[in-house]
Design a protein around this ligand. Structure first.
Ligand SMILES: Cc1cc2nc3c(=O)[nH]c(=O)nc-3n(C[C@H](O)[C@H](O)[C@H](O)COP(=O)(O)OP(=O)(O)OC[C@H]3O[C@@H](n4cnc5c(N)ncnc54)[C@H](O)[C@@H]3O)c2cc1C
Ligand code: FES
Length: 243
């Protein structure tokens, strides 16, 4: 079994931080090569006086000592992040969380919006046949070069609500049961609309505080009525455990 790196703080120089369609691609230089599983995440410190909590981002890619994230600007933390220039030093903490299980079978990786972020490193890590199914409101959300990176790993199908790219509709309309396992990341509504009998692993995005299981600020209620910490017991859960 792989031995995952113990979470710690890294001060890393920004190597790139640029828009890619509706997202930003951030690449950092770590001071060592680490081992982390797809689906694990890092907390990035936002150096603004009015922001106390670090912001969580899944690993998009890792190559030697380079670590990349793919993020969407949704508020003041991510807006601050998108303004950081190459050469700026970011303070990050991780890798955190459990990560996806890695099977060797035929899999479908479903991403809604910024939910495509953890699926690149997952696709690279899986040993079996990889199929991507990505959805967004409109085609301009997807950067062509970014999509070709995914397409180098597996078959890629796009669905947009306005049919400006790929098929029309919602990704959940195009999920079928011809896979051993489905991995999904995206909005809660997407998870609720996944109807299938095969195993589905989802990566949840809730607000994170401490990030290592101590404060219980990130708990979600399971279908059995238990409370699970997204940062420590997750962020990856069995779909039926939560919805
Ligand atoms: C384990 C994990 C992995 C994540 N990975 C990624 C990733 O790879 N790429 C990416 O773009 N985002 C990811 N997120 C979501 C990201 O952490 C939030 O978008 C970010 O914290 C928002 O910060 P902000 O200061 O810009 O927004 P704020 O100003 O704090 O909030 C702006 C809006 O975003 C909503 N929001 C804020 N935080 C979250 C959150 N954690 N989940 C859902 N909605 C939120 C708020 O309700 C509000 O409507 C991840 C979250 C978790 C928990
Ligand atoms: S954020 Fe503190 S327990 Fe999860």
């Amino acid at each position: 079994m792989e031995r995952l790196s113990t979470p710690r703080i890294y001060n890393c120089e920004i190597l790139e931080n640029r828009p890619v369609g509706g997202l930003f691609l951030l690449t950092l230089a770590l001071d060592e090569v680490i081992t982390a599983r797809a689906g694990q995440f890092f907390l990035i410190r936002i150096d603004r006086e009015d922001i106390v909590l670090r912001r969580a981002f899944s690993i998009f890619d890792m190559e030697e000592n380079r670590l990349s994230f793919l993020y969407r600007v949704v508020g003041k933390g991510t807006a601050w992040l998108s303004d950081r220039k190459v050469g700026y030093t970011l303070n990050i903490f991780g890798p955190l969380g459990n990560g996806f299980s890695l099977t060797g079978d035929r899999c479908l990786l479903v991403g809604g919006g910024s939910g495509i972020a953890p699926l690149y490193y997952l696709g690279k890590s899986l040993k079996g046949e990889v199929n991507f199914l990505f959805g967004a409101q409109t085609g301009s959300f997807f950067d062509k070069d970014l999509l070709s990176r995914y397409a180098e790993i597996g078959k890629l199908e796009i669905v947009t609500e306005d049919s400006s790219l790929g098929k029309r509709g919602l990704v959940t309309q195009y999920i079928d049961d011809n896979y051993a396992r489905i991995y999904a990341c995206g909005p809660v509504e997407m998870f609720k609309n996944i109807k299938t009998d095969i195993p589905v692993e989802i990566s949840l995005e809730t607000r994170i505080a401490c990030g290592f299981g101590a404060c219980r600020g990130c708990v979600v209620k399971t279908t059995k009525g238990e409370y699970k910490r997204v940062c420590k017991d997750g962020p990856v859960f069995d779909l039926r455990e939560i919805f």
